[in-house]
Ligand binder design. Structure first.
Ligand SMILES: C[S@@+](CC[C@H](N)C(=O)[O-])C[C@H]1O[C@@H](n2cnc3c(N)ncnc32)[C@H](O)[C@@H]1O
Length: 222
């Protein structure tokens, strides 16, 4: 076991906070893009779908003190770590149990339509069946504020071309683990988002062959 892993595990034992290596590596790149996109206003609301450990919400709550963050996940085994990150910040709400493939009106937690300025989803789309992504767009279309953004981070193909070879290999491993999983194509995501009143507004290249996609509400649809 490498020294980095030993330190991360000791840290988790003491604090309950899990430190997934990928999340630890990508957090600052995600922050830099969000900083460009979010207005510096008070009382903004953010919902994170599939928060996992809570590392991102803890990091971002510190960087964006004017935003109130609600972390969520389908997997309640994440709660001790999520609660430990939440405990450090006044602007993080309790984590909520959300299966994003279901519609928000059926969730235990009740949200007002159009209430979130940011919906954040990191590294979920390729590790879940397509219905989960459809749910992300369906709920995003309903819950995003008219000027809000749905931000997704992960690996994607474009025009059905998946590059580089490391992503092709990664996709094979994902599909061997679960044939319903897999790296999605940006054009398919763009088309699907339109079904729910959203559109793909921007794409950003990030390190390690990942991208950030920004979806906005198509307010022309009313
Ligand atoms: C690879 S982890 C990413 C976690 C975190 N966003 C990160 O980047 O470290 C994928 C997450 O998706 C969550 N997930 C899977 N299916 C889901 C669903 N239907 N609704 C909400 N979350 C889901 C899992 O529980 C897991 O925490």
């Amino acid at each position: 076991m490498g020294l980095r892993k030993i330190i991360a595990e000791a840290y988790t034992m003491i604090t309950q906070k899990r430190v997934p290596p990928a999340a630890d590596r990508n957090k600052s790149f995600i922050y830099k893009i969000l900083k460009k996109l979010l207005p510096n206003e008070k009382n903004l609301l953010a919902l994170e779908i599939a928060s996992g450990s809570g590392l991102h919400v803890g990091y971002l709550a510190n960087k964006f003190p004017n935003i109130t963050w609600t972390p969520s996940d389908i997997d309640q085994e994440q709660w001790p770590s999520l609660l430990a990150y939440k405990a450090d910040h006044k602007n993080i709400n309790d984590p909520v149990n959300i299966d994003v493939s279901t519609f928000y009106k059926d969730w235990e937690v009740k949200f007002e339509p159009g209430s979130f300025h940011l919906i954040l989803n990191i590294n979920m789309i390729h590790i879940t069946p397509w219905q989960t992504t459809q749910g992300l767009f369906r709920n995003g279309g309903a819950l995003l504020h008219k000027d809000g953004i749905l931000v997704t981070y992960g690996p994607y193909s474009k025009n059905q071309q998946l590059t580089p070879d490391s992503n092709v290999e990664f996709n094979k491993r994902l599909q061997a683990e679960n044939p319903a999983w897999g790296i999605r194509d940006i054009n398919d995501l763009s088309d699907e988002s339109r079904e729910y009143g959203l559109y793909l507004a921007e794409e950003y290249e990030l390190p390690a062959n990942n991208k950030i996609l920004i979806f906005r509400r198509n307010n022309c649809l009313g």
